[in-house]
Design a protein around this ligand. Sequence first.
Ligand code: FES
Length: 108
Amino acid sequence: MSGWVVGGPAVADDGEIREVAGAALVRAGGRWFAVDDECSHADCPFSVDGEVDGTTLICNCHGSEFDLESGAVLLGPADRPLRRRAVRVRAGVVEVETGGDGPPGPRP
Ligand code: FES
């Protein structure tokens, strides 16, 4: 079953990563994305060890890189994609869907 969890104000600088109900809510390229907040290599949390370059999410634990648009691995050692979460913006607040495999969030 899925639902929506408030992720805070919809205003943020590119590169910001927030932990929201087990998801990493990421501001990148002027858009919002959300993926599970565990690197698929060895579970490092992106909200602690993550970095953003364009729409690439980098795990600084061992250097894996992921495409935020698709969740795909761009650079190992990770060999599994990230599970994406849907994102929506309502009344100036960004929300993350719990559960599911949603598309990248809207451009507010
Ligand atoms: S835990 Fe992320 S690259 Fe190893």
